[in-house]
Write a protein that binds this ligand. Structure first.
Ligand SMILES: Cc1cc2nc3c(=O)[nH]c(=O)nc-3n(C[C@H](O)[C@H](O)[C@H](O)COP(=O)(O)O)c2cc1C
Length: 327
């Protein structure tokens, strides 16, 4: 997997499912990551987890694992890469195994998973070392997603990334916030530069608050990171990947019209319904649609109405009313 000058869709639990990842890919994202799945649940053969770890057709997607037991994470990676995971289907090859060492959520952290590992370099390194033995067997990269550190007093990402690279990580993504900052503004990209300096030979992907092509290239320029990962912006603006691709290729970028935003959101919602059924899909569609129509005239009212919709047909009717007003 090549990371140079690349733009990836960040993993976001509940949002970056197969339809969303395929949409971003179709608009130019170089790769994506599944939402984090529990390594333990993978090992138990949990069918729901299998569905979350699945990769659809035409994807370049890493499967992200969380866990704190080296042998469990390694075994989970083996089950995924061998395709022996109940409930999972891999219609494209798994592009990488990614390990989550950045999740700030209390439930995760108190179990010693996610960003808690940034306070336990020994265990984190052991996880990477054991899992790298497996990923090497399959010839698949092993990547790790970390944060700047635990809190402002403990910004250890550069040393931590160095230890992970020594243990066998093939690339490191740095979300430039501490655990304590959760998702609050603002990310501090300086730490990404320090990580890149600490592991110059290993690809580093910068993450945090990138919202446009200019921001993406500025992050790569100012920190020396190899690629960028974009999360929340992509939820309603997957065209950010097309914008980056256009800049990279020296082509002009035309932002989507209101009609295009609505039709793309509807296609995404149909994909979600196809995957999860109409009951779940329609409920998920409420949040998904809201991201796409933000800022459009009449959006608040449309959002309210979508929140009460029970079928796809209703959602389509409500949303197409939006672009009728735009012309
Ligand atoms: C709703 C939501 C869910 C997330 N789930 C995950 C996850 O499963 N794994 C992970 O590594 N990061 C997760 N993240 C963090 C994002 O991948 C990303 O690091 C963060 O949003 C910062 O990037 P951004 O400013 O471009 O959004 C999540 C973020 C959000 C907002």
């Amino acid at each position: 997997m090549d990371f140079k000058n690349k733009a990836f869709l960040a993993p976001m639990a509940g949002d970056t499912d197969i339809p969303m990842r395929r949409l971003c890919r179709s608009l130019g994202a170089d790769g994506a990551v599944t939402e984090m799945v529990s390594a333990r649940a993978v090992c138990y053969g949990d069918v729901k987890t299998g569905a979350l770890a699945s990769v659809g057709e035409g994807e370049v997607t890493a499967v992200q694992l969380f866990g704190h037991e080296p042998e469990v994470v390694a075994r989970a990676a083996d089950m995924i890469l061998s395709g022996k995971l109940s409930g999972a289907s891999f219609l494209s090859p798994v592009a990488a195994i990614d390990i989550n060492m950045g999740c700030p959520v209390k439930k995760i952290v108190t179990s010693g998973d996610g960003s808690a590992l940034m306070r336990d370099e020994k265990t984190a390194s052991a996880i990477v070392r054991e899992t790298a033995k497996i990923t090497r067997e399959y010839g698949v990269p092993l990547t790790v997603k970390i944060r700047a550190g635990w809190d402002a007093e403990h910004i250890n990402a550069p040393e931590f990334a160095y230890a992970l690279a020594e243990a066998g990580a093939d690339a490191v993504t740095v979300h430039a916030r501490t655990r304590e900052q959760m998702y609050r503004p603002f990310a501090a990209p300086e730490v990404i530069r320090r990580v890149k300096e600490a592991i110059p030979e290993v690809p580093v992907v910068g993450n945090g608050d990138v919202t446009c092509a200019e921001g993406a290239f500025e992050l790569m320029r100012s920190t020396g990171c190899d690629g960028v990962m974009i999360g929340r912006e992509a939820l309603g603006n997957p065209w950010v990947f097309e914008e980056i691709k256009c800049v990279r290729e020296g082509r002009p970028f035309t932002p989507p019209s209101g009609r295009e935003r609505v039709t793309t959101a509807l296609a995404l919602i149909r994909g979600v319904i196809e995957l999860k059924g109409e009951y779940v899909g329609v409920r998920e569609a409420r949040g998904r649609a809201a991201h796409f129509i933000k800022g459009m005239r009449g959006a608040p009212e449309v959002r309210d109405r979508i929140n009460h919709a029970e079928t796809y047909t209703e959602i389509e009717k409500i949303m197409t009313g939006l672009f009728a007003r735009e012309v």
